[in-house]
Write a protein that binds this ligand. Structure first.
Ligand code: ZN
Ligand code: FE
Length: 253
């Protein structure tokens, strides 16, 4: 068993794709490919072919390049067995199943909320999470299909992963998430400090991803719906209710 290298690359306007590859390997996997040109470029740069495509959910900005990549590289596409809007699935997976890619085990974590069949891929050997649009740095995905109950439950599952888990999410939304987080948690010194780093990354045109789960547990308001600070603001001790109101406030922010 070997630790995979993960190469983050930009796609479309603010999406991230991830190339997953063992050192010196000639084959790689890509998570959520939507930008064909960028996918081809990252594969060429790393001098490798594409054997697997991992999909977190069916939205176009995570899947648009699947058909072309599959045709060109004959890659196997992995996605939720019940997501009938996903294109060209070869390896259907379901919640709690474990799959092996390049000798690493990935657990399929079902995280309904953004979409009903959204899944995250968790590399148990090296604590790497491909979170799609469920969890972002300082935020979470919009609730397009799920309910607050389901979304909070999904986030609660992610909260229990090892604290050193590196979270690779689907978008660079950290700066706008920071502005919302600061609006409801303005006295949080750690958040202010992290904000400085986020702004620096932005002005240097660098990503803020991956983020460590430990940091998100402390700073991401959507993981802290049980925190007194937010229970007060949203006037409820029920984390589902707090989540519901916080998500709505962010949608209108
Ligand atoms: Zn999405
Ligand atoms: Fe997305």
């Amino acid at each position: 068993m070997q630790k995979p290298n993960i190469y983050l690359f930009p796609q479309l306007s603010d999406n991230y794709g991830y190339l997953v590859k063992l050192p010196h390997a000639k084959e790689a996997a890509i998570v959520d490919p939507s930008d064909l040109e960028m996918c081809e470029k990252i594969l060429d740069l790393n001098d490798c072919s594409l054997s697997h495509i991992l999909l977190t959910h069916h939205h176009d900005d995570h899947t648009a390049a699947v058909a072309d990549l599959k045709k060109k590289y004959n890659a196997k596409v992995i996605g939720h067995e019940l997501d009938d809007q996903l294109p060209n699935i070869d390896i259907p997976v379901k919640a709690n199943e474990e799959i092996s890619i390049f000798n690493n085990t990935y657990k399929i974590i079902s995280t309904p909320g953004h979409t009903m069949q959204h899944i995250c891929y968790f590399n148990q050997d090296y604590s790497i999470l491909f979170a799609g649009d469920t969890l972002f740095s300082l935020g979470c995905g919009r609730m397009f299909e799920g309910t607050p109950e389901l979304f909070w439950k999904s986030l609660s599952i992610l909260k229990k992963l090892p604290k050193d888990t590196l979270v690779y999410c689907g978008h660079e939304y950290t700066h706008s998430n920071l502005l919302f987080a600061l609006s409801i948690d303005p006295k949080n010194e750690d958040l202010i400090t992290y904000g400085g780093w986020i702004k620096k990354q932005g002005s240097d045109a660098r990503p803020t991803i991956p983020t460590e789960l430990r940091k998100e547990l402390n700073l991401n308001p959507f993981l802290r719906c049980e925190d007194e600070v937010f229970q007060k603001i949203y006037n409820s001790k029920d984390p589902v209710e707090v989540f519901k109101k916080m998500r709505l406030a962010k949608d209108n922010f």
